[in-house]
Design a protein around this ligand. Structure first.
Ligand code: NAD
Length: 340
């Protein structure tokens, strides 16, 4: 599969069991050194031996996505003598690809990077499309760049060691594609389903690389979802993963679209049907109020001074809707808790 951004060269995304064994074919001429960024939990992947390389293990979870870790990595890349024509290799999930892509984008004003994506969420989303970045104490992904990998390996054999919770997290992100044109996504044909998601993401990136328009639809379920994820990080509710948050956010977005007359009763039911097909936990703690989530919703990057959500609509794909009132959010949350 090819991703064709307008700003830079097109690149391959390989999907399937064992595709990481083809790494050597993609390293490219003239690469003398490879700086590998990975994590302890991630299965070992054979790095091309004919090229000098070093491996750096970064911390687990969001604590790896900090400017401190970025500074350390840049220093180590320089000490290793990584040059302009050399390569950064990310082996891991979305945390590793976001971090490695970002350091690759700023080291020597940009060097090539490739990603072996080892989580379901990474394979269907994070590893593709060139959005890289790290967090600030004030919020997630607030520092970053658009910097595309030179190739991506979605090696589905790596998913075997993923914990059930992390696998389900990936499904939470996968389910959004059902509302963005994918059909028949199923665990029974996982490789094909991953490939379908990659193809849809590639389409969005080709059309709108910098998220000025249609690419924002990939944030379906993310506005309310991010708010729940942030409440978890703040300790107000139990911590949830990104994909878990997206599934819950899709449920909320469906009720909001229904409240605003954008979808019918049947379409609301359809959302529940799709979410249940993937056996996702879509519970939202009763104690969470709109007042709790509002500070995060107000900071959402889609906002232009008014409450903004990606919402489904009966005729056609979801669209960005602005100017939503706080009263509508209250009604949507109430109807969600009353839905039987
Ligand atoms: N750049 C983008 O477009 C984009 C899109 C979506 C999400 N993201 C980012 O992705 C991150 C989440 O990514 P994620 O869900 O992959 O989480 P993650 O990278 O934290 O991985 C989850 C856990 O699984 C472990 N792991 C990874 N591969 C494994 C394997 N094969 N076997 C066993 N354990 C393994 C990791 O070490 C980690 O503990 C977030 O930071 C999010 O902001 C980025």
């Amino acid at each position: 599969m090819r991703v064709e951004p307008q700003s830079t060269s097109a690149y391959d995304v390989l999907v399937g069991s064992g595709v990481a064994s083809r790494l050597s074919d993609y390293v490219g001429e003239g690469v003398r050194k490879i700086f590998v960024i990975t994590q302890d939990n991630v299965p070992r992947v054979e790095v091309p031996l004919e090229v000098e390389n070093t491996q750096r293990f970064v911390p687990d979870g969001e604590s790896a996505k900090t400017l401190d870790v970025v500074g350390e990595l840049l220093g180590e890349m320089s000490s290793f003598g990584l040059g302009r024509g050399d390569l950064v290799l990310a082996i891991g999930g979305g945390v590793v690809s976001d971090l490695a892509g970002f350091v690759a984008s700023i080291y020597l004003r940009g060097v090539r990077y490739m990603t072996v994506s080892s989580t379901l969420l990474g394979q269907i989303d994070a590893a593709i499309g060139g959005k890289t970045g790290v967090n600030l104490p004030t919020g997630k992904n607030l520092v970053g760049s658009f910097w595309h990998p030179s190739s991506v390996f979605c090696d589905t054999s790596l998913l075997n060691s993923l914990s059930e919770r992390e696998f389900k997290s990936g499904l939470g992100e996968m389910v959004k594609y059902e509302f963005l044109g994918a059909s028949g996504l199923t665990l029974d044909a996982l490789d094909e389903s991953i490939a379908k998601c990659v193809a849809i993401k590639a389409d969005f990136v080709k059309e709108d690389e910098r998220e000025g328009g249609r690419r924002a639809l990939l944030n379906y379920g993310h506005t309310f979802g991010h708010a729940l994820e942030s409440l978890g990080i703040a300790g107000a509710i139990d911590r949830i993963t990104h994909g878990e948050a997206v599934a819950k956010g899709i449920r909320f977005a469906a009720h909001l679209a229904h409240r605003l007359g954008r979808i019918t009763d049947r379409e609301l039911d359809h959302h529940y049907q799709v979410l249940s097909e993937f056996s996702l936990d879509i519970s939202i703690p009763e104690k969470v109020t709109i007042e709790d989530v509002m500070p995060y919703i107000a900071r959402d990057k889609k906002n232009r001074g008014s409450i903004t959500f990606v919402l489904a609509q009966s005729d056609g794909e979801p669209s960005v809707m602005r100017g939503i009132s706080e009263g509508d959010l209250h009604c949507a949350l109430k109807s969600l808790h009353q839905y039987l």
